[in-house]
Design a protein around this ligand. Structure first.
Ligand SMILES: [Zn+2]
Length: 236
C-alpha cells in the first residue's frame, strides 16, 4: 500500500476508494473523501512525526480528522504509514427517555468518559450513576437491580472474575462506603457499559414504555366509551 504527500501538497492513497469509517457526527459507516492536506513546505520545514488530514464524511459532509505517522521525509514525497488514528471517535449512544434526570446527567458523563477511553473515570461515573438510581428507586428498587445483575450472570457468559469486578464497581460502595473502584481495561469497561445499559433499560425504559402503551390503550377505551377492547386480528 502506498500513501504519500507529493511536493504539490497532494495526498496520494492507492486505497482511497475503500476508506470507510464510522462517522463521529452522523454515526453512519461511510466512505470519507480527502479534504485538507498540510502544505508540503511546512512539513519539510518542521518535520513533525505525525501529520493530520481532514476528510469529509460522504454521508453528512462533516469534517473527519485523521492522524498519520510519517515514515520517511523524502526530497519529493513524504511517506506516511497507512495506519491512521481517528481523532474523534463515534459517541456511545443511549436513549434517555423515561430515565430520571439525576441519573441521566451522570450516565451521560460516563458515556463521555468511555468515548475518550478514560475507562477508570467511566467506572467511577458508573458507580455514581448507580448511587443516583438507588436514591431514586429506593431500597426495593436497589434490591431489584441487584437481582437483575445476578440474572445477567446466568444470561451471559461473563467470566466470574469480571462479574465480581463489575459488581464491586456498581454495588461495592453500598456494603462499604470506602470500597475502592477496581481498575478497568477497555474490554472490562465495554462489558460494564452493556450491563449498565441493561440495568437502566430494566429500571426505567421498559417500565416507561409499558406504562405509555397502557395509557394509550386506556385513552382509546375512554374515547369509544366501550369496555370491550378489540384485539388485533391477524388475517388468515
Ligand atoms: Zn457523517
Amino acid at each position: 500500500m502506498s500513501l504519500y504527500i507529493d511536493s504539490a501538497s497532494r495526498l496520494h492513497h492507492d486505497q482511497d476508494k475503500s476508506l470507510v469509517v464510522t462517522c463521529p457526527h452522523c454515526l453512519t459507516v461511510a466512505h470519507i473523501t480527502q479534504g485538507a492536506v498540510p502544505r508540503f513546505e511546512d512539513l519539510q520545514l518542521y518535520r513533525p512525526k505525525q501529520v493530520g488530514v481532514v476528510y469529509l464524511c460522504d454521508a453528512c459532509h462533516a469534517p473527519v480528522f485523521m492522524r498519520f505517522t510519517v515514515r520517511v521525509y523524502g526530497a519529493a514525497r513524504i511517506e506516511l504509514s497507512p495506519q491512521f488514528a481517528e481523532v474523534e471517535r463515534a459517541r456511545e449512544k443511549f436513549s434517555f427517555t423515561y430515565v430520571a434526570e439525576d441519573v441521566e446527567l451522570l450516565f451521560r458523563e460516563a458515556l463521555t468518559c468511555f468515548t475518550h477511553d478514560a475507562f477508570n473515570a467511566f467506572g467511577s461515573m458508573c458507580r455514581r450513576t448507580m448511587q443516583a438510581m438507588f436514591a431514586d428507586l429506593g431500597e426495593a428498587g436497589k434490591l431489584r437491580l441487584f437481582d437483575e445483575l445476578n440474572g445477567l450472570r446466568e444470561l451471559t457468559d461473563i467470566s466470574p472474575e469480571l462479574f465480581s469486578c463489575i459488581r464491586t464497581v456498581l454495588f461495592g460502595a453500598e456494603l462499604d462506603a470506602r470500597a475502592a473502584v477496581p481498575p478497568l481495561d477497555g474490554y472490562q469497561a465495554g462489558v460494564m457499559l452493556e450491563v449498565m445499559k441493561d440495568l437502566l433499560y430494566e429500571a426505567y425504559v421498559r417500565k416507561g414504555r409499558l406504562q405509555q402503551a397502557i395509557m394509550v390503550r386506556r385513552f382509546f377505551l375512554d374515547e369509544t366509551g366501550s369496555h370491550k377492547v378489540t384485539p388485533f386480528v391477524s388475517a388468515s
